[in-house]
Design a protein around this ligand. Sequence first.
Ligand code: PRP
Length: 212
Amino acid sequence: MPHRFPNLCLVRHPLIAHKLSFIRERHTNSRDFRRLLSEIAALMTYEAFREFTTSPCEVETPLERASAERITAPITIVPVLRAGLGMTRGVLDLVPEARVGHIGIRRDETTALPIGYYTRLPADIASGPVILVDPMLATGGSSSHALTILRDAGCMDLRLICLVAAPEGVGRLLLDHPTVRVYAAALDRELDEDCFIRPGLGDAGDRAYGTE
Ligand code: PRP
């Protein structure tokens, strides 16, 4: 179904839809939840890299020299703690040479406003593309805060991969960071009065780490 957000790329694929159905399921345990988070992240990485620039190079095959292409810019993955950590393995499976930065943000349970508590990024992070990963885009406060930290570090080439997005969060990022492309597996219906995504998949951090 078409949507109204120019910054949103909905990644539709039968394998992603299949795995998303299990990760939404309330009876899926932490072990399976973590596995699915990682697997869906890997599948979405494939799509998020579609517009990456490659440089021509020459390689020596066992038979002759051949023209080839490589991504040469240093890539950094930045999970938003905690739930984004569960996606990192899946992205690294496809891009093992990537560096990993970390941004710790938790949402205040009363106000739903983001509180940053940790940032550790590669010193030259701005020299290449950055992929922010967080399974949930609810109000958009946490992702917007993380993207502001990355912009302040000089990053220009930014993308966000999430699993489930609320229209409110996508709209917030369109206002705050209009040039950042958001890759999501699903655009859900709405936020409820507690700012939880509906139908959503619950609290991804708690489900992944068994802290409910
Ligand atoms: C969740 C989620 C996002 C954020 C989304 O994290 O993983 O980071 O909330 O909400 P927002 O778009 O309204 O900001 P949470 O605060 O539960 O922290 P946790 O991952 O450490 O549990």
